[in-house]
Design a protein around this ligand. Structure first.
Ligand code: DQA
Length: 148
């Protein structure tokens, strides 16, 4: 699996802890790696503040041998048609994850541009959103394989 985190998520732990909690991105990555291991899977974690680099990673994910993508695009969730296009074209299932619940916040956060390109979405559970999203992605991939 490939886990991608977008702009400002490198600041987790320091950034608005009342919204995003005290866990750092390294803590989140450690949790996700542990859950992947327990499920007999592997996850590679990457973060960038740059939309183009996130797109490059999505576009090369299949060729790099990944089976699925877990993505928290940060504020790009609400603006980026380019990320939507690259997820549509990736050829891999993707799950959208958020620490906070964007639907319960400012109106501009209520629209996700990438949601229609994703298999599912987990939001509002802090770092646990990533864990739940990873579990969902692995279960979905295994169910696909079983019926293929
Ligand atoms: C976020 C929600 C976005 O609206 C916000 O711009 C972020 C973080 C989350 O994980 O809750 O940067 O994706």
């Amino acid at each position: 699996m490939l886990l991608l985190s977008g702009p400002n998520l490198d600041r987790l732990g320091k950034r608005e802890p009342e919204i995003y909690g005290s866990a750092t991105l390294s803590d989140v990555h450690a949790l996700v790696v542990e859950i992947a291991k327990a499920l007999d899977a592997e996850v590679v974690c990457r973060q960038s503040n740059h939309e183009g680099l996130l797109i490059d990673w999505i576009n090369s994910a299949e060729d790099e041998g990944f089976d699925g993508i877990l993505i928290n695009p940060g504020a790009l969730t609400h603006t980026s048609f380019a990320l939507y296009d690259s997820l549509r074209g990736a050829g891999l299932p993707a799950i959208e994850v958020h620490l906070s619940n964007p639907d319960a916040r400012e109106p501009f956060r209520r629209r996700s541009r990438i949601a229609p390109a994703c298999l599912g979405r987990v939001a509002g559970f802090g770092a646990e959103s990533y864990a739940l999203g990873l579990r969902g992605l692995i279960v979905a991939l295994r169910a696909r394989r079983a019926t293929a």
